[in-house]
Design a binder for this molecule. Structure first.
Ligand code: GDP
Length: 462
């Protein structure tokens, strides 16, 4: 006959055994973070009931019993807007959730039956406390700034001004063209020029650009409008020697911008790494590979270099002082190509391959730093259904476009290697946005969310 420990001893022992994981989710804006977290919470809330989670071992074995929301531990962080997201998906017609703009958090407690006999003896079930944290990938693009002086940074930003960026930043370029480092700083002028600079960055982003610095200018979170975000690169520094710039008085334009830049590093970038980033246990990085593929060679290449910069925050194994200072305790990192429901299922393997190639360098660095990593292709909220067209012996997608038109289409083949000139010349890939499918209750339709969850958290449910 099975025996159990007395209840009070069991409580203490369970508390000791209970596990807690801080799982962070990031990606550049529109990569699909809000949809991903909404689906993740939704799938776990339906675990043990009607969720389709066959690729999670614990779920297949009937050991994943369910999840409930808990009060949020960190009262100074915004709550992830799960209810709002679900209600927009439930509207007629359904609407994609409004994207989150800063950092937010939600705590779930997940009940499971352990497969370990020693733990089963202590009682029926165990609990995993899962803290989910969502933050903009743009914030990680700021890390390289910590290695730079204001002068270095101004030069780096100058070098980034490709002809297309110059077009998007034209107003700011014009407005700052006659500034000289030695002129006295004027508060209002700094505010106006910073506003032009920020608008320019938004235009760059809206036109397929990915590399944006400073990251908070695009997604300021609670810092919107704060003076710490009022600076910009001073291009005219290029005509001055380092010594001449250093000799300028504190109230000069150069010294004022330099002081604000230093303040940004100290009060915005560093605290994010120290107070949040260092405390993450596991990480998901979402990448919208398909939109970049749709946008053409320039966007695709910029996505690759931007993701390399973003991933520097995790590749501390090979790194110098700065990365060691902020070394997170992350031991597993999943990289996922989102929105895989935009291509037919026979293309998913190629999408994972392409993502792996796109992230080749950073993935190597992770291995060097002893972080386990794996690439996935998934759809957080599948908006299409795959159909087999017998007459053409091919797969196609059926779905409703954002404009409300029902379509049956073949969006094209995903290259399994970094696309070459021949691929771009063919432009064999055509991608439309889809409306989410109508949703009232039950789990949200997804593709391979369960594969990712099993890899990321499977060991916690043992
Ligand atoms: P965020 O800015 O990273 O939070 O991105 P969102 O989660 O708001 O996603 C941006 C947009 O991408 C959404 O509004 C959808 O149009 C689309 N999207 C995100 N996830 C999916 C998905 O799984 N399938 C499809 N078809 N579209 C998606």
């Amino acid at each position: 006959m099975a025996w159990t420990l007395p209840r009070h001893i069991r409580d203490v022992a369970e508390r000791g055994l209970d596990r807690q994981v801080r799982l962070a989710v990031t990606g550049l804006s529109r990569a699909g973070k809000t949809a991903f977290l909404t689906s993740l919470i939704n799938q776990l809330r339906h675990a043990g009931l009607d969720a389709q989670l066959h690729l999670i071992k614990a779920s297949r074995e009937g050991r994943l019993l369910g999840a409930k929301r808990e009060l949020q531990p960190d009262l100074s962080l915004a709550r992830f807007p799960y209810d709002e997201a679900l209600s927009s998906l439930g509207e007629t017609p359904p609407r994609w959730p409004t994207p989150t703009r800063g950092m937010s958090e939600l705590r779930l407690s997940i009940r499971y039956k352990s497969e370990r006999p020693s733990k089963r003896l202590l009682g029926e079930t165990s609990t995993l406390t899962l803290d989910l944290i969502d933050y903009p990938g743009e914030w990680l693009l700021d890390l390289p700034m910590l290695r730079q002086s204001f002068l270095d940074w101004s030069q780096t930003m100058n070098a980034l001004l490709t002809p297309s960026r110059r077009t998007h930043m034209a107003e700011w370029l014009e407005a700052q063209s006659d500034l000289s480092p030695d002129q006295p700083a004027d508060e209002q002028q700094l505010a106006d020029l910073s506003a032009h600079y920020t608008e320019g960055l938004h235009r760059v982003r809206n036109n397929g650009g990915y590399f944006i610095q400073p990251g908070r200018f695009l997604l300021p979170g609670e810092l919107a409008g704060a003076p710490v975000l009022q600076f910009f690169p001073l291009l005219s520094c290029a005509d001055w020697s380092d010594e001449a710039l250093e000799a300028l008085p504190p109230e000069s334009l150069y010294k004022t911008l330099k002081a604000r830049f230093d303040h940004y590093l100290k009060t915005v970038i560093t605290p994010f790494y120290r107070q949040h980033f260092q405390r993450f246990d596991r990480q998901v990085v979402l990448v919208d590979v398909l939109t970049a593929l749709n946008s053409g060679p320039e966007a695709f290449d910029e996505l690759r270099t931007t993701m390399e910069a973003l991933m520097q925050s995790f590749s501390y194994g090979r790194a110098g002082l700065i990365n060691r200072l902020f070394a997170p305790r992350i031991d597993k990192l999943a990289i996922a190509a989102t929105k895989a429901d935009h291509v037919t299922p026979d293309q998913h393997a190629a999408l994972v391959e392409l993502l792996t190639q796109l992230m080749n360098e950073p993935l190597n660095d992770l291995r060097f730093g002893d972080i386990e990593s794996k690439a996935f292709a998934l759809a957080s909220i599948a908006a299409t259904e795959a159909r087999r067209l017998e007459e053409h012996d091919a797969q196609a997608l059926s779905g409703t476009t954002l404009e409300g038109e029902h379509v049956l289409m073949f969006p094209g083949e995903v290259p399994s290697k970094l696309p070459d000139a021949a691929f771009w010349a063919r432009q064999g890939f055509q991608f439309t946005g889809f409306r989410p499918r109508p949703h009232t209750e039950g789990p949200l339709p997804h593709l391979r969310m369960d594969a990712l969850l099993d890899w990321l958290l499977g060991d916690k449910w043992q």
